[in-house]
Design a protein around this ligand. Sequence first.
Ligand code: 0SG
Length: 209
Amino acid sequence: MSVLLDNQFKELPPDKSVDTKTFLDTVSHLPAFFDCLGSKAFSAIKSDINGNITKIKAVYVKDPAKYVTLQDILEAERAEYASEWPKVGATLALMWLKRGLRFIQILLQSLADGEKDENNPNLIKVNVTKAYEQALKRYHGWMVQRIFSAVLFAAPYRSNFLKALSKGEEVKEEECLANIRHFLVNYTPTVDAIYEMYMNLNAELDYTV
Ligand code: 0SG
């Protein structure tokens, strides 16, 4: 079985609201995946994402009935924190988490679309760089951009990455790519919905770290 299909996102309802518990249950499986990538270079990213998820969960468990959807959390924090919002609490954590989720989406879509460096077809640098430039780069100052360049050297080979997605099993490339496409069917609209929510609530910030 595939890591992705074991942790599929649910189809969104017509109003595109994202159920907090389902979302947290699904994204909670993400950090463990970094251990399969075979390099300690990913530990800072893993702990950043873990931190985001822990922060959102901490708010949710305080009152699950109040925070049924992710939008419930943003609206409650907007009322609670006033001028500090949105650079605060779970709103801030989800703002960063969604960028990591967008990165993963673009990376997987690029692999599924068969984009590759024809001279080095077993490298995923071209896919990772595309994802970074579209999802994260604009939020990173030169220092973090340099960290990205260093991490890029630790990126696994395409074949090893696809194997890790298949939980270490030898799965045919086409089957793995089919699993990725299947996973993206609900994942992409979920990430899009979170971006849309940030835009509609005017909660997006564009400072760099
Ligand atoms: C397969 C190959 C993968 C290669 C991956 C390369 C990805 C590039 C990564 C670059 C290195 C990023 C390291 C971390 C950077 C962090 O500084 C930033 C900003 O972090 C936020 O800063 C925190 O997340 C916030 O935490 S919070 O929960 O408490 O709210 C907060 O601390 C904030 C600063 O707060 S403020 O100043 O506003 O008060 N993080 C990122 O850029 C996100 C990086 C996500 C990378 C996702 C990569 C996924 C790879 C998947 C591979 C399958």
